[in-house]
Design a binder for this molecule. Structure first.
Ligand code: SAM
Length: 194
């Protein structure tokens, strides 16, 4: 069982800082900003997007403590709406938020993220898989949540170069603020656009 910390970056995603030296990075559904802070500390210019104002406040406070405020732009917005813009990014992080959107929106978000990634740029993702206790007990109504299979997630990045990837057992909460902790499997990947 891998106990992913809520505060430390996911190792597969964090390791991108060893493969790429800086650039423009977009952290979608950034939450409290463990990845935004990590990459800002490694010299990236980060834009962090979340629809939860409280999460962005916590991120701002952490960025202040870590002295990386000047390298992080906070955006209080829905991810799908934000991705309508046409800016291009060297790195886009999609970490553990897609289960909070319906499947068709999740598919759209991944397609837009891929489109907005510069050639040679990177996507780092972590998604809960459609299996195990987490997926079984997660309320799926009223929406059909984005909970892919390993193969379907792999297929979404089939034309990309895979640098690192894997599946880990993990613990998670079904929704922000939920008191229940479930176990399940997470698929993490670090993929480069060809
Ligand atoms: C479980 S947290 C993960 C946070 C962070 N990516 C990480 O790995 O630590 C999920 C975050 O995604 C945000 N989120 C979920 N759906 C979103 C959407 N449609 N637009 C913007 N933010 C969203 C939530 O507000 C929450 O902060």
């Amino acid at each position: 069982m891998t106990n992913f910390s809520d505060t430390q970056p996911i190792p597969v995603i964090a390791s991108l800082a060893q493969l790429k030296q800086g650039g423009r990075l977009l952290d979608l559904g950034c939450g409290d900003g463990r990845h935004a802070i990590h990459f800002a500390k490694h010299g990236f210019k980060v834009t962090a997007v979340d629809h939860d104002a409280g999460a962005l406040d916590r991120l701002e406070e952490a960025a202040h403590i870590e002295d990386v405020e000047s390298r992080i732009t906070l955006v209080h917005k829905d991810v799908a709406g934000f991705l309508r813009q046409e800016d291009r990014w060297d790195v886009i992080i999609l970490s553990l938020f897609l289960h909070e959107v319906p499947m068709p929106i999740g598919n759209l978000i991944i397609k837009r993220a891929q489109h907005l990634t510069e050639p040679g740029g990177w996507n780092g993702f972590a998604v809960w898989l459609d299996e195990g206790d987490f997926a079984k007990r997660l309320p799926t109504q009223p929406m059909n949540r984005f909970l892919p299979t390993y193969d379907s997630m792999h297929a979404r990045y089939e034309h990309w170069q895979k640098a690192l990837g894997g599946v880990a057992l993990a613990r998670g909460r079904p929704d922000p603020g939920s008191e229940f902790v479930f176990t399940g499997r997470i698929h993490c990947g670090l993929c480069q656009k060809l």
